[in-house]
Design a protein. Structure first.
Length: 96
């Protein structure tokens, strides 16, 4: 039995890459549809970080905001290729 419909399912792609020369980490967000891209754009205040710890703190803030906006039941996978970290999220919005 399915508890939740597929309404509001969004796939977010978090690309975090470090620039070796500048010792900087970048955060990039993308989503499937235009509405979700607007949501991501509204919650992202900063996209460049000097340390990985600062980037992870911002990542936690983004997660908290998404929860407040009604997204839940998310999973993510992490892969690392050289200095690029990829976080792929699958979110589902609460059924009202």
């Amino acid at each position: 039995m399915r508890l939740f419909k597929n309404i509001g399912i969004t796939t977010l792609l978090f690309l975090i890459s470090s620039l070796l020369s500048a010792q900087e980490y970048n955060l990039k967000l993308s989503a499937k549809d235009n509405l979700d891209r607007q949501v991501l754009k509204s919650i992202t205040h900063k996209n460049k970080f000097k340390t990985e710890t600062a980037l992870l703190l911002e990542f936690e803030k983004i997660e908290a905001i998404l929860k407040r906006k009604g997204y839940f039941n998310y999973q993510y996978t992490t892969t690392k290729n050289r200095n690029t970290f990829t976080y792929k999220f699958t979110l589902q919005k609460k059924q009202t």
